[in-house]
Ligand binder design. Sequence first.
Ligand code: PEP
Length: 261
Amino acid sequence: MACQRSTTEVRSTLVVGNWKMNLLRNEALDLVAELGRLGAVANELVDVVICPPFTALTSLADHGMHGIKLGAQNCHFSQKGAYTGEVSAEMLCDVGCSYVIIGHSERRRDYNETDAEIGRKAHHALQVGLRPIICVGELLEERQSGKTLEVLFRQIDEIVETAGADVVSKSVIAYEPVWAIGTGLAATSAQVQDVHAAIRAHLEEITVSGAVPILYGGSVTAANAAGLFSCQDVDGALVGGASLKAQEFAQIVHEARQRTR
Ligand code: PEP
């Protein structure tokens, strides 16, 4: 189901690809070249960002990105030091990133990342010039027991408490219901619009700018993108699996362009 979108008020759209732990350097270069050929690049109304594994960042930055921006999938909350296996926000800037995904549900689940840590990461990332894409989302049982907004507001409040309202105002929020990630079971446009509108109202209540872009993530495909982008409070998408397929991702970018025409 498509949502209503006012034609008078048009914000720019952000399409972010999260490649997760996929693609060797040559495969990454081939995919970006193919996206360039398919015209899946930024214009004045649509920003396109891909977030490859750390190992492909330098190769991609060195070979040119066809107007697509680079982001990373995580960073540490400290500037430097004895943190074996970690990568700092400065290092990501150094290799050409302008965005970083923070608090993805896979990191919350697999590495026990807390909202306080996510807030610290967002704070540090922004300080060095990276724009954080802060992920929040509820589990299936939380949605089924009517706790979706309670969970999301608790996550947001703790992140804001740690990072500060100003940092979150300059970030991007990604609403990613955990039950929709990688399952093929995307939330409906109506479910997404309801949650995004509630998040925006809550952000304003806690003195975060209501103009923060709010992306939806969770089984976004070329087939459901148009419906999602037609929602008033959907400012773009965080795309996992479909961002690894050039045609599919290019079509999602195309749908984002249609929305902002
Ligand atoms: C994600 O990993 O952020 C994501 C939304 O994945 P998928 O699109 O595959 O559900």
